[in-house]
Design a protein around this ligand. Structure first.
Ligand code: DUC
Ligand code: ZN
Ligand code: ZN
Length: 468
């Protein structure tokens, strides 16, 4: 049902900058005005629809800048497509995803991008945008990068891991960085030394160490730190900014902190799985650790403090999910007897906002920092601000009414992602999404799904807004 004018009354409006008791006026899918609750201005608004947010938070919809819907990996595809994955995202208060279109080696970027448009078209419940994964940096693809930046795909993921698949060598990385230094794009780096890791994988398997926990042991923190360091130096040489994805190791955070202390335009992202899970999960019995196999890998619990600290000190700026689900039955099981054949990736798109709210409850971050790392900064980082990530007049009316007192228990029985396990089974959280609007349209209405596939629009992006 379309409402041209909606008023959200009485909630605590939280943005990255402010917390105020305010009412929102929504008109034609955008925030039209924000005014103090009870003020003459707010009292004067009339609307077809009023949402009572008394006792609730009113926050911008989440921006998850790192998802992999329908993603090919290890001979299979991630189990959420754009329809199930964006519906689950909406349930969890995320109203924008930036997914990774994939270039197939030997083929044009354009071909990969067209394929991702076809996968997502008419499927999404919420708005979406794309980054591009470069599997093959060459003269042709370097030229294509300029065109993609022009049309709103302004960031490019490169891999220092996965030799023979997505891997780029240092020369290719340097060339891609030089290109973004010139065209304004942003290189996103998967920073792990894949050549060294493959040696350790081979040795582990030869010695009969085949269990999922060895995935964590061979993908050493030092090899994440080394690659992070190398990526930073290459970016310095190229004169380009750098965004390091899925940072999991304390030593890698230290590399980012030291670069930022020098004033370099280097950014870092972490994910809830690194903040809440650990190698203890990878060691779960009966091949259960396979549920937690992702790369970079989960680390020993001691690394978590450095990640939380990095989020507080702004050495890490963004939390996204790296949502890349594979079912335990039939997909994770491909790696029984050989951990290197377990498809890499974990489900999580539904739980990011809630887990980070729990971090507020637990005292790791403030409420405004919650919104900053989950909504505002990802929008700025990837050229979507203030359309996304804020609630200022003119912003898209992507609005979440959040109940900070609700209690919930995460479980495969109740989640909406298309995957046969929960990485957080039985975890109790305080706080839950109640209602979600996407461009003013109701997607979740007091915990009932009211959205539709095809509502979500492709959203071209501008350049990174954190560089001056
Ligand atoms: N890491 C994952 O865990 N999955 C997909 C790709 C990646 O880099
Ligand atoms: Zn990666
Ligand atoms: Zn990823």
């Amino acid at each position: 049902m379309t409402h041209t004018r909606t008023v959200v009354r009485g909630g605590l409006v939280i943005t990255a900058a402010d917390e105020t008791h305010a009412d929102l006026l929504i008109e034609d899918g955008r925030i039209a005005a924000v005014a103090a609750t009870g003020s003459t201005v707010a009292e004067g608004w009339s609307a077809e629809r009023t949402i009572d947010a008394t006792g609730k938070y009113v926050i911008p919809g989440g921006v998850d800048a790192h998802t992999h819907m329908d993603f090919p990996f290890g001979g299979t595809f991630s189990s959420d497509d754009f329809e199930s994955g964006t519906r689950a995202a909406a349930w969890g208060g995320t109203t924008t995803i930036v997914d990774f279109a994939v270039q197939t080696k030997g083929h044009a970027l354009r071909e990969g991008l067209d394929r991702w448009h076809a996968k997502a078209d008419s499927k999404c419940a919420i708005d979406y945008a794309f980054h591009m994964i470069l599997s093959d940096v060459n003269q042709g693809t370097l030229k294509e990068m300029d065109m993609l930046v022009e049309e709103g795909i302004t960031s490019f993921k490169l891999f220092m891991a996965y030799p023979g698949v997505f891997y780029s060598d240092d020369g290719q990385i340097l060339r891609a960085m030089q290109r973004t230094a010139a065209n304004g794009g942003l290189v996103m780096m998967h920073a792990e030394n894949g050549i060294a890791i493959d040696v350790l994988v081979e040795q582990a398997l030869a010695e009969g160490r085949t269990d999922p926990r060895y995935h964590g042991e061979v993908r050493k923190a030092l090899l994440e730190a080394e690659a992070t360091h190398r990526a930073i130096q290459l970016a310095r040489v190229a004169g380009s900014p750098l965004y390091v994805v899925h940072v999991s190791a304390e030593e890698a955070v230290a590399e980012l902190a030291s670069a930022r202390d020098k004033g370099l335009p280097v950014f870092g992202e972490t994910c809830p799985q690194y903040l809440f899970l650990s190698t203890d999960n990878l060691a779960e019995p009966d091949f259960g650790g396979a549920k937690y196999v992702c790369s970079t890998p989960l680390r020993p619990r001691e690394h978590q403090a450095a990640l939380w600290r990095g989020l507080r000190t702004n050495d890490l700026q963004v939390v996204s999910t790296d949502h890349c689900p594979f079912c335990f039955v039939g997909q994770k099981e491909l790696g029984r007897g050989d951990f290197s054949k377990i498809p890499n990736g974990m489900p999580g798109v539904e739980h990011r906002m809630d887990l980070l709210h729990q971090a507020v409850v637990d005292g790791h971050i403030s409420r405004r920092r919650w919104i900053e790392i989950a909504c505002a900064t990802p929008a700025r980082m990837f050229g979507l601000y203030p359309k996304k990530g804020n609630l200022q007049p003119g912003s898209d009316a992507d609005v979440v009414i959040y109940d900070p007192q609700a209690e919930q228990t995460l479980s495969v029985e109740t989640h909406h992602m298309n995957v046969d396990y929960s990485a957080y089974e039985g975890k109790q959280l305080t706080g839950q999404v109640e209602t979600v609007l996407s461009r003013g349209e109701t997607v979740i209405d007091r915990r009932t799904y009211a959205g539709r596939a095809g509502h979500g629009q492709y959203t071209p992006r501008g350049l990174c807004q954190l560089l001056d």
